[in-house]
Design a protein around this ligand. Sequence first.
Ligand SMILES: [Zn+2]
Length: 325
Amino acid sequence: MLQRLIRLALPAIAGVLVATGEASRAQDLPPGIDHIPTKEEFAKDNNLFLTFARKALKWDEPAEPVKIVGPLYFVGTEGLGSWLFATSDGLILLNTAMPQTADLIEQSIRALGYDPKDVKLIVNGHAHSDHAGAIAWFKEQSGAQLAVMEPDVAPMEDGGKTDFHYGADWKIMGFPPAKVDRVLRDGDTVRLGEVILTGYNTPGHTRGSTTWVTHLVDDGKAYTVVFPDGAGFNPGYRIAGDSPSYPGVTEDFRRTHHRLEMLKPDIWLGHHNEYYDLPGKRERAKTEGVNAWVDPEGYRRFIAHYKRDFEDEVDLELGVTPPKE
Ligand SMILES: [Zn+2]
């Protein structure tokens, strides 16, 4: 029940929490919060939203790094996905979690035997603090190049001040700004060593949300790996009607859902670990190896879930259906 309430209240970030069946407990609630706030309470209070998500979804808790496939490793926190590609020409970092957890990501990189100073390229799913939070820090450590999808360049470089939704509350929702070295357009590729990543602009959640796609080889076998982004709306977003969060947001989300449906990953990973069941797959990987991460059906369910949530919310905003419990 707690999981269902969290999912209803935090649709975009809690995603498929319910589907994972992970038991949640009262101690998952932040100090001073005795109930799961409603979507409306979250929408009115970004600080509450952030505090709650950090605690309930374990954004700040350390996690063991783990090999996924070929040169790809998970180096995130228990709640947030960060990814390391170890290429023959250095390291690529995809997402960095919160500003406060840079050291956890660094420890994970070191635990795998790599040096954060060897990060040569940094890419991101979207310019919010839970993914872009420590980009500035890692850039400073390594001098890495930062490549960002064009519509997210401004918020990346001003720490979220120009975010269409959170910009007004930047002091709470922002992050240390990072200078962008390469501006990407939809379908552009970035490359380091033998790893090539294709970035698709999948807007909605932010205008520059980027879904990354790559093909990796492990033990002579090739795998398509997808990091979907942009599909979810947060509390307070206006995704339909006369005063949308930004003009065209409804169409952006629908186009994004369609594009994500077209992708056919063998392995898919998310910027929030509950999306793709990190705990379950990590456990199975101990005996099954790469096969534990192969999950095309889970991807299809994930996208279908987002589409349904979105269209339900559109109906709600347009007054087509009565509010649900
Ligand atoms: Zn976000």
